[in-house]
Ligand binder design. Sequence first.
Ligand code: UDX
Length: 483
Amino acid sequence: MNVTIIGTGYVGLVTGACLAELGNNVFCLDVDQAKIHLLNAGGMPIHEPGLEEIIARNVEEGRLVFSSDPAAATAFADVQFIAVGTPPDEDGAADLQYVLAAARSIGRHMQGFKAVVDKSTVPVGTAEKVAAAIREELAARGADIEFAVASNPEFLKEGAAVEDFMRPDRIVLGVDETPAGERALALLRELYRPFNRNHERTRVMDVRSAEFTKYAANAMLATRISFMNELANLADRVGADIELVRQGIGSDPRIGYSFLYAGTGYGGSCFPKDVDALCRTASENGHGLQILDAVQRVNQAQKKVLLEKVWAQFGRRLAGRSFAVWGLAFKPGTDDMREAPSRSIIEALLRAGATVRAHDPVAQEQAARALAGDLADHPELLRNLTFVPKPLDAAQGADALIVLTEWKSYKSPNLRALREALRSPLVLDGRNIYDLHAMAAAGLTYLGIGRNNLALLKEQMQVAPITVANEVTREEPIEVLVE
Ligand code: UDX
């Protein structure tokens, strides 16, 4: 089949590449010409395991093209996926301007039937807005052409996007029960046929339910995380280990093991934005969602939990202190820094006068850019932030190691070398990746999230006195801006 994908972000690029890999002819459109040039030159705008190879192969074999020509994109295929960004607007609602601009572009150029498929995560009711935008464009040029707007939300995770796309748990298709809707459904069923060989994964429903399903899934997962984070903080206070508790409850199949990891709060481009947007929709409809409001509040507070452990050890003024940070991306397998906990934590450390040496296997460049933006009001503090090529380099002479992303390469460090590198033997683990006993045996003081920290919290460890002079010193720490 021929397919057009509008938007070459995470969702669009992965969808386009994977559909081409299945043998379809795919036309990827983006208004960002620099991105199109990069893709046409064999470059990659994002880090996603396996994607580069698939793109290279399918471009080479002529099934995948990148272009910024909207007329050609519309003419190319009956199926037009809209996979552009829906960033939050000032008050947290999903900003639909790019989705509606894509719809208008289709409306302006279409000559025959189109199945317009919303793949971006969009609030309930967006398909109707997309249809209205297309109708307006058709009316403006006096055209009367049949089309349908369908909803086909994407559930892929960054870092495993290709795998998730190729082996979906379910394919949600929202269509209207109209002749045009049925026509769109037939096309989409044909497109997704290869995924249903073993068993039927397609769930067909009305458009509004499909739009809602995506938000419900992300809200449920975010709720599990905030729930576990809240319990972890209680575990710290009562002397229980949340990791053992996680295993104890996860073995119940009604609960399951996934998404029960306590940490530094959920980040990324989806959960924070989607939970906020759903809360927004709820209050606009006079039906505030109390549980989700709490999920958001708990997540905000969770970003501070590691910092509170730093403050408990070193006080709030950190001038002369130096911290090693392992992991910058919001999760492993990606270089995405959107809502990454590392940003607010490093920002707070720098504002309090500390120096930071950071390592990430892929996200250092993105992190440097993100933090330069976050610290735009005090750019001189960036001089106290260094990115190092090896994890152990970061730990050299540091007052503590702070682990913020659970990259595989951090999971089995040489603990003796780590102990020797650190100035004070303190490891603050925001991802609970280490074994308590192994850390203790190596002479390291280990503070995880909810890991039976009672004794350690009561009895502060002896930290080394400040001896290192900072490049930028401050009498008073700059106000710490973590909410
Ligand atoms: C998520 C959804 O999983 C995906 O279905 C949807 O399409 C987009 O949003 P993604 O944002 O790529 O995908 O990341 P995910 O792996 O779900 O993690 C989200 C955040 O939750 C990360 O910050 C992660 O560290 C955190 N998390 C996840 C936890 O803190 N604990 C867990 O147990 C799981």
